[in-house]
Design a binder for this molecule. Structure first.
Ligand SMILES: Nc1nc2c(ncn2[C@@H]2O[C@H](COP(=O)(O)OP(=O)(O)OP(=O)(O)O)[C@@H](O)[C@H]2O)c(=O)[nH]1
Ligand SMILES: [Mg+2]
Length: 322
């Protein structure tokens, strides 16, 4: 009897894990076609290891948005390994490539730890339409499920309808929204929200902001002002400046991350829209070139389509053979 009781949850966890992996494989199908399927094709057509093989591999990784710098790093590692081990058959390199690509992602698998201080402030930033507001809804729901009280600050005072959209997410995620329709200034709405969150002993405040191009200097100044104003209430906040990156923009995300990071400092990244994109390879450049923690990945429009970033699962999904 006791044995039965112990074994049931174990099986359930395994099934859940397998189900999640299948789901991730499905989401990353196009990226996987671009990376592992292409590599297998190369190895099937060419099993001798020579200069030409590495040119094919390099082209494949670059086409899959892995980026020149990161591709070069992988190619160097693989060719050194092949030389050192005197490997003759290209197929034997497959698992090594997989391992080296995993090694690039492991250092950025750093989950967001919600500190005990109240409120823990998360400022959400990023370009237009990347999925900031949707991610806020998903995050708020995720925190609600983890028994946290959440306030949302409607800091996008720019786009018509932004308030309504965030209100809808607050209803779905059981969080509370602080908006002020009369205020045109994003920093002052967020200041207000932080003040109220503190007064009400709320666990987490998530602040939305308007989408902006990374080279729009006025709007970048506005973000700096938001950070300054937050610090007036709590000098240690924001506790997280999370940049939202749309996987579909591929290598352009490198410029976005660089510009946002240089101007206000990014402490974490969430990559959205991995479902259906063939450009998921960009995650390797982001990880390799910046080393900034990747917190979550977004895989759809639903409130539950947000997952903690896990390097091993990501690699297994990309390198799945079916
Ligand atoms: N397929 C898919 N769609 C997503 C995902 N995240 C967001 N979206 C969609 O992307 C579109 C833009 O999402 P928003 O959350 O409004 O993006 P935003 O960055 O807040 O946009 P602005 O405030 O206008 O800058 C919406 O249609 C979302 O449903 C995702 O992970 N996968
Ligand atoms: Mg928005």
């Amino acid at each position: 009897m006791i044995k039965d009781k112990i074994s049931i949850p174990t099986i359930k966890i395994k099934e859940k894990k397998q189900g999640f992996l299948n789901y991730l494989k499905h989401s990353l199908f196009k990226t996987s076609q671009n990376i592992s399927k292409e590599i297998i094709n190369i190895f099937n057509n060419k099993n001798i290891i020579d200069e030409k093989l590495f040119i094919f591999l390099k082209n494949t990784l670059i086409t899959a948005d892995v980026g020149l710098k990161t591709t070069q790093k992988i190619i160097n590692l693989v060719s050194n390994y092949a030389n050192k081990k005197q490997i003759k058959n290209s197929y034997l390199l497959y698992n090594y490539i997989k391992q080296e690509m995993l090694n690039i992602l492991i250092p950025v698998e750093i989950p967001l730890i919600i500190k005990k201080k109240k409120p823990f402030v998360i400022l959400i930033i990023g370009a237009n339409g990347v999925g900031k507001t949707t991610t806020i809804g998903k995050l708020a729901y995720y925190f609600y499920k983890n028994n946290k009280s959440v306030f949302l600050a409607s800091g996008d005072t720019f786009r018509a309808g932004a308030d309504k959209q965030l209100t809808s997410w607050s209803n779905k995620s059981h969080s509370f929204i602080i908006n002020n329709y009369k205020k045109k200034d994003s920093a002052s709405v967020i200041f207000d929200a932080l003040y109220k969150a503190k007064k009400n002993n709320i666990d987490i405040l998530i602040a939305d902001t308007a989408g902006r191009l990374h080279n729009n200097l006025n709007l970048i100044e506005e973000l700096k002002k938001i950070v300054r104003v937050i610090k007036k209430i709590d000098n240690e906040s924001p506790d997280e400046i999370m940049l939202i990156i749309d996987a579909n923009i591929g290598q352009n995300s490198i410029n976005q991350l660089k510009a946002f990071h240089d101007s206000i400092g990014v402490t974490g990244i969430t990559i959205t829209k991995i479902d259906g994109t063939a450009k998921g390879g960009v995650i390797f450049s982001l990880a390799n070139e910046f080393g900034i923690p990747i917190r979550y990945i977004g895989s759809g429009e639903k409130i539950t389509n947000l997952h903690l970033f896990n390097a091993k699962d990501f690699i297994n999904a990309i390198f799945s053979k079916n």
